[in-house]
Design a protein around this ligand. Structure first.
Ligand SMILES: Cc1ncc(COP(=O)(O)O)c(C=O)c1O
Length: 389
């Protein structure tokens, strides 16, 4: 399969060289300098506008981005916060989750997903993943519910939406709140509708490498409920209901004007960037078709993923990583340790408790996949994968 796609984002000719003495240009897993180079005129204009405005925190850029992002997702409200971890923590607080409450989430994610639960004194508990989707297995969620469970937090991992319908049914049956962790899934759809509008609220990260990334930290919480949005607006800004009136014990977690302006630019490109990611993923899929040695990511029929990462599985990860590196192809592991096996949670969990997540952590390998990869780079990666398949 060829990568040539006239609708795709323009490729940037620049390549990053790992070792100046090497003749082989490195194909990076990601390269944010290329993102800036691609969008430079628009980003520079947005940044200049903010710098000249004299207003840098919670102003018209944040308000404009919140409106645009909510409208893009088809939800009532988006509230910008300092980062994705705070988006989860404040989202849960706004839903009434507090100290001692259990929140069921996936053991295969960035550890920040669970750390955000701990941050508010709530207790992360885990349910194993469905090894095909790589997201929470609804049957395992059902088995993990206890009288202390207050919420479920599915993670739309690698840009692949979690199986929401059975999770929402379970939540309704047991009176649980649902917060979606959408940090890796800006623009992904489940059953035709974007993620971020399925649960009671949803948390987004705008960490620079995300599909919708700032040039610094940023995050947002989305919700259909105006009362939850209002609570979030207070919580992020010291709990203030009016100037100098601290009605809630809030925090300082505000999206700043510069990041909001940059995110506004990047939002305009998001669908095109996601289409480019899909085209690249389709090339890799074709190279791996039928392989039993390298397992391509599975796309469920009810989702439209956005390929935040292209994560294949192999029992020979070390070997594959080394052979790709020898050809100048970088790869990475997301994530090498299931969260319940992290030292921070060692007192509460044991290894072997969530075997599918642990097996995945041993086998996953992420290939280069960002919209800025050149067609030639994509073809080089696909050819290398085809030889390995
Ligand atoms: C799935 C997931 N959840 C939460 C986070 C936390 O986001 P942030 O780094 O913006 O705090 C990240 C990113 O690291 C993530 O990938």
């Amino acid at each position: 399969m060829s990568i040539h796609d006239p609708a795709a984002a323009p490729a940037v000719g620049q390549t990053v060289v790992a070792d100046p003495s090497s003749a082989v240009p490195l194909i990076p897993v990601g390269d944010l300098a290329r993102t800036y180079a691609r969008l430079k005129p628009e980003i520079d204009a947005a940044v200049g506008r903010v710098l000249q405005s004299g207003w840098y925190i919670l102003g018209r850029e944040v308000a404009a981005f919140e409106t645009a992002f909510a409208s893009y997702l088809g939800v009532g409200h988006a509230v910008g916060v300092g980062n994705g971890t705070d988006a989860i923590a404040l989202g849960l607080r706004a839903l009434g989750v507090g100290p001692g409450d259990e929140v069921i989430t996936s053991p295969l994610s960035a550890a920040f997903s669970a750390l955000a639960i701990s941050q508010i004194g709530a207790v992360p508990t885990f349910a194993d993943i469905d090894p095909r989707r790589m997201t929470l297995d609804p049957a395992a969620v059902a088995a993990a519910i206890t009288p202390r469970t207050k919420a479920v937090m599915p993670v739309h991992l690698y840009g692949q939406p979690a199986e929401m319908d059975p999770i929402l049914v379970l939540a309704r049956k047991h009176g649980l709140k649902v917060l979606e962790d959408c940090a890796q899934a800006h623009g992904a759809r489940y059953r035709g509708r974007p993620v971020g509008g399925w649960g009671d609220a949803a948390a987004f990260s705008f960490y620079p490498s995300k599909n919708l990334g700032a040039f610094g930290d940023g995050g947002a919480v989305t919700t259909q409920d105006p009362a939850i949005a209002d609570r979030l607006r207070q919580l992020r800004n010291g709990g203030q209901s009016a100037r100098y009136v601290h009605s809630l014990v809030g925090v300082n977690s505000r999206l700043d004007e510069l990041q909001a302006a940059i995110l506004g630019v990047r939002l305009d490109h998001l669908d095109r960037d996601n289409a480019r990611r899909r085209a690249i993923a389709a090339c890799y899929d074709a190279a791996l078709a039928g392989s039993t040695r390298l397992i391509a990511p599975w796309t469920a029929p009810d989702v439209e993923p956005v390929h935040h990462l292209y994560v294949l599985r192999t029992v020979d990860r070390t070997g594959l990583k080394a052979r790709l590196a020898a050809q100048g192809i970088a790869s990475d592991v997301h994530y090498p340790t299931a969260i319940h096996c992290q030292p921070a949670y060692a007192a509460r969990f044991r290894s072997g408790q969530f075997p599918e997540a642990e097996r995945a952590a041993d086998e996953v390998l992420s290939m280069p996949l960002v919209p800025e990869l050149t067609d030639e780079e994509v073809e080089r990666v696909a050819a290398a994968l085809e030889l390995e398949a």
